[in-house]
Design a protein around this ligand. Structure first.
Ligand SMILES: Nc1ncnc2c1ncn2[C@@H]1O[C@H](COP(=O)(O)OP(=O)(O)OP(=O)(O)O)[C@@H](O)[C@H]1O
Length: 230
């Protein structure tokens, strides 16, 4: 399974690292069922940065949770590197930066970012420090999440997602809480991950993230309603 892109006069074939086929998800609660994902098909190649666009409530976060193995689809399949996902993947196969960040409150920012290194044996402690500095939070490495702003926490969560160089990197609104100085740094880190070979999929409402993308997939009412190439 390959995708391709034009580089000068040469066509470069790239393997599809992430493929979703016919994804369906219905949430059930007191008010009745909510059919959130309605047959989503999507593929992202290694080295490609794709943004996921769409109105609030269109199912972007729900889709990312299924792709990351955090949630199970009611129907359809997710393939990572051609293998069907049946259990939560390792840090190296797929990492998610969730909207709620999920930092451990009892660990410092540096310890949070180092979790994939210590638990998943991926990346390195030198890379932890490098990423914290690159994202402008090097001086906050020894603080706890409750002692920094939400935007600073968001940058630490981004560093934790990329430190192990995952083959598939998913990010849910990674610049939502960042200002005009720190947002470009976050975009740069995401773009670098794609340029180093990761398949990167980002749900975002921000134009500067879309501008860094190779293409955009639009989700509306739980369906892919369009695909845009910049
Ligand atoms: N656990 C749940 N139970 C019931 N409904 C849910 C649940 N989680 C999400 N939903 C509903 O699913 C729909 C899609 O939500 P989702 O968070 O995926 O949207 P989104 O596109 O990421 O929105 P935003 O841009 O605001 O982050 C919404 O209508 C939401 O209310």
């Amino acid at each position: 399974m390959t995708a391709s892109r034009e580089v000068g006069a040469t066509t470069v074939a790239r393997a599809v690292a992430l493929r979703a086929t016919g994804i369906e998800r219905t949430f059930r609660h007191a008010g009745g069922p909510v059919h959130v994902l309605r047959g989503v098909d999507l593929a992202v190649a290694a080295g490609e940065l794709v943004t996921l666009s769409g109105p609030s409530g269109s199912g972007k976060s729900a889709l990312l949770a299924v792709l990351a193995g955090f949630d199970r689809a009611d129907a359809g399949t997710v393939e990572l590197g051609g293998e069907v996902l049946t259990s939560p993947p390792s840090w190296q196969r797929c990492a998610l930066l969730p909207q709620a960040l999920g930092l451990a409150g009892e660990l410092t920012l540096a310890e949070n970012v180092a979790l994939p290194v210590r638990l998943g044996r991926v990346g390195s402690l030198a890379r932890v420090t490098e990423l914290l500095v690159e994202l402008g939070i090097g001086d906050l490495a020894d603080r706890y999440p409750a002692e920094v702003s939400f935007g600073q926490q968001q940058r630490a969560a981004l560093a934790r997602a990329v430190v192990g160089s995952p083959r598939v990197l998913l990010a849910d609104e990674p610049t939502a809480h960042l200002d005009r100085h720190s947002a470009p740094k976050a975009v740069q880190v995401l773009r670098q991950a794609a340029d180093a070979g990761a398949a990167v999929l980002i749900a975002t409402h921000h134009d500067e993230v879309h501008r860094a993308a190779d293409r955009t997939v639009v989700l509306d009412g739980g369906r892919v309603s369009g695909r845009v190439s910049p």
